[in-house]
Design a protein around this ligand. Sequence first.
Ligand code: C2O
Ligand code: CU
Length: 540
Amino acid sequence: AMVHRHKFVLQDTPYTRLCSNKSILTVNGQFPGPPLYVTEGDTLVVDVINRATENVTLHWHGVKQPRYPWSDGPEYITQCPIRPGTRFSQKIVLSDEIGTLWWHAHSDWSRATVHGALIVYPKKRNDYPFPKPHAEVPIILGEWWRSDIQAVLTEFIRSGGDPNISDAFLINGQPGDLYPCSRSDTFKLRVDYGKRYLIRMINAVMNNIMFFRIANHNITVVGTDGAYTKPLKSDYIAISPGQTIDFLLEANQQPSHYYMASRVYVIAGNSDNTTTTAIVEYSGNYSIPSSPILPNLPDFNDTLASANFTGRFRSLVNEDHPIAVPLHVTKKLFFTLSINTNPCPLSVCNGPLGGRFRASVNNITFELPRIDILQAYYNRIRGIFGDDFPSKPPIRFNYTQDMVPQIYWTPDNGTEVRVLKYNSTVELVFQGTNVVGGIDHPMHLHGYSFYVVGWGFGNFNRSRDPLNYNLVDPPLRNTIAVPINGWTAIRFKANNPGVWLMHCHFERHISWGMEMAFIVKNGKSSDAKMLPPPPDMPQC
Ligand code: C2O
Ligand code: CU
């Protein structure tokens, strides 16, 4: 296995989009950020140098970092921020991840502009369990605000309401033909007729699940979240923030120009529904259409199109890729996911009932501690976090009824973790609720991939629903969208000691407190214990 060294300089860099200029936080001046390429089992050493004016941390989304949470990155969970003028050398240890992952900032809303692809090749190059592609192309879905992202965040926190929506969605950093001043920079995927392309798609959008489709072309999904899947044919994609989807595109249509397009999936509320485009451009001589054909995307509020697509994923299972879903569960957990409201400290807030929006897991709104939990745990610093999440027994009610009574709307606050024994086999059921209002929640767990063994709409039924679990070929993922007013069951083996954040990957929901952390204890043998911290851990 190789060690790759990179230098990531965080800096403010001028960029122009949608006819206007602004300065954005970048890595090495690039937006989207520099892609990283590694082979299964390699190690990355990234020297992060903060030459910007704000605190930053970097997270390697989907990398399990066995026994080494020190480089995982979430601010005040596994590290203190990297302050302006300081540096932190992060060691990123790959294990069994394969395919497409990504990296992004994990402090405030900096990930809007600080993100990039992390591509993991198989040990034998091109040794894919699917037909060999002629070329591989990363496609990152992103977002653009005309105003400064930290100003958007400040205003959002102040108002207590929903954040200002972005001014455009992006495909590889570009809004595309249908937005002002954007046509000439539209991303173009150049293809040759008869060839096959592996597209590595990453959803780096802040607050929305996205639909994506290419006009006249079907695609075949072959991987997700750093693991292979059984081939899955579809004419569109639904992808949550945090997720990656690898798919094959056959350039088998009449040579021409075709739009690929992306648009939000959103239940209600304000959102930019404009279609973002890029172009699949065949090589050769043909008369170029005045405008490429647009694909027909699912309707913006098509819940079934989103949930059913996600529900069709299956793990690839064969000798080289055995399945390891725990059959015997030693720890059963049930977590409700809710949008809540708190009273407003000012006279007027824009949240529900004139209050401030909050969000919670098991009715606890997570508050960031002042020293990171990992350091507090490792050095036995007391008073930083509580270790009996969710300290009170969860309140039971009809979670998904039409109007949840207002007595359930106000959450508790706290910094609580759940302690798991080494090697316990965990089943965790996420239950979405209709408190204040129902919405999908793309839940992401650090330090692990998990098997998605079941999902459904309505309230989870613990005698009936487990009978329908898929324990044969459930997909292995690190982020899963719990459907609106529904539930999702995951399983994993707690074999990675450390402190691991779990949260909704909608940025506004994290800001409202929809997160918690697991502490997975050390095992007995020496290779089942957390490794010591590096000497240059940032201090609070
Ligand atoms: Cu993609 Cu906690 O993050
Ligand atoms: Cu959420």
